[in-house]
Design a protein around this ligand. Structure first.
Ligand code: PLP
Length: 365
């Protein structure tokens, strides 16, 4: 069986070092916002080439806290409109709504499944105050054009970089493209910890200070609350684990890109639409999505050959029961993508034999 993702195998090499760190942790007895979080924040900021990183509890809170902070700082007002791609994970919509802002969903395209500059130009209105670009599946697209557009129109540009740790577009890492970015370190992500974790990156010192306070009950000094914050701190043990893994992230991403190059050249089957990639450094292949008309049949065929696949995602956010206010909206391309997309195994722990086997079976469908 080739599982979609063998997370045990990916984390195994770090086990011993982590256990020694855990022992030190017991000796120290400092559990919340200690040295490990502080050091990880410095190291991840340096990695992304930004001046500030703030560790938080998860990827959803990372996005939520960015929006909340912009409201506290007066850069956004409650109810302001934020453009967000319809083809995304529901966290994006929840973060916007839970901050008291209004999501304006826009359709995607068949080339990279992300937000394009054309759609942005068509959909922007006088009410638009911010854009949430999502580097879905690990790919940064139209970065320069979207950056320039947002600057010219005075819009805040926020990145959802939860799937794109280490991707580079025009010499800027994911996390350094917009005014601020949210990351997730959920175990399955390209940089994943042993539970929940997230971070915000930015070059804006004021925003960083505000987020740092908001993640910790809105206080800078203990028991002095400046804002109505939340409790969403990156856990000390998770930060310790992330510090062990971060030095290998680029190597792991290169492995992912190498496997993707093989898939893109060696999978030749008119029934399978491969992802479009024009710049390999801008894509870290968090997932390798293909489109197939008869998806259920395709998944069953692969399962019969012991290859596990997943769907990212089966139901678009605007069609979810929880989003009844959005249920009447129509996004034909996103809806078709959700019907046809399927992710095949691609991760750094995949052996050459497994890659060969996957390619062979893909061509045999
Ligand atoms: C994983 C993910 C999130 C949410 O991260 P959590 O840590 O699970 O809250 C947000 N956006 C995208 C695109 C994701 O893939």
């Amino acid at each position: 069986m080739i599982p979609y993702l063998n997370i045990k195998k990916i984390n195994q090499p770090y086990q011993e070092a982590f256990l020694s760190k855990t022992k030190l942790f017991f000796d120290k007895g400092h559990y919340i916002l200690g040295d490990e979080v502080l050091k990880f924040e410095q190291e991840f900021a340096a990695y992304c080439k930004v001046s500030h990183c703030i560790g938080v509890g998860n990827g959803l809170d990372a996005l939520l806290l960015i929006f909340k902070a912009y409201i506290e700082l007066g850069a956004l007002q409650p109810g302001d409109e934020v453009i967000v791609p319809a083809n995304t994970y529901i966290a994006c919509i929840l973060a916007i709504q839970n901050a008291g802002l209004t999501p304006k969903l826009v359709d995607t395209n068949f080339l990279n499944y992300n937000l394009t500059i054309d759609v942005l130009q068509q959909q922007v209105t006088q009410n638009t105050k911010a854009v949430l670009m999502v580097h879905l599946y690990g790919q940064i697209t139209d970065a320069l054009a979207i950056q320039t557009f947002c600057k010219d129109f005075g819009l805040l540009l926020i990145e959802d970089a939860a799937q794109a740790h280490g991707a580079v577009a025009n010499d800027r890492k994911a996390g350094a493209i917009g005014n601020a970015a949210g990351f997730s370190f959920y175990p399955g992500k390209n940089l994943g910890c042993l539970g929940d974790g997230g971070a915000i990156t930015t070059n804006n010192a004021q925003l960083a200070d505000c987020v740092r306070s908001l993640r910790n009950y809105g206080s800078e000094l203990k028991y002095h609350n400046i804002y109505k914050g939340i409790n969403s701190r990156l856990d000390e043990l998770q930060a310790a684990f992330l510090r062990l893994k971060l030095p290998d992230l680029d190597f792991d991403n290169k492995k992912r890109q190498g496997i993707a190059k093989r898939y893109l050249t060696e999978i030749v089957n008119p029934l399978i639409v491969l992802p479009f990639v024009n710049d390999f450094s801008a894509h870290v292949f968090h997932v390798f999505p293909v489109r197939v008309e008869h998806r259920a049949e395709f998944q069953q065929y692969l399962m019969d050959h012991n290859i596990q696949t997943l769907i990212h995602y089966p139901i678009p956010p605007h069609k979810q029961q929880a989003m009844s206010e959005l249920n009447d909206l129509r996004f034909p391309i996103s809806e078709l993508v959700h019907k046809q997309i399927v992710s095949i195994p691609l991760n750094p722990s995949l052996t050459v034999d497994e890659q060969d086997f996957i390619i062979e079976k893909m061509n045999g469908f």
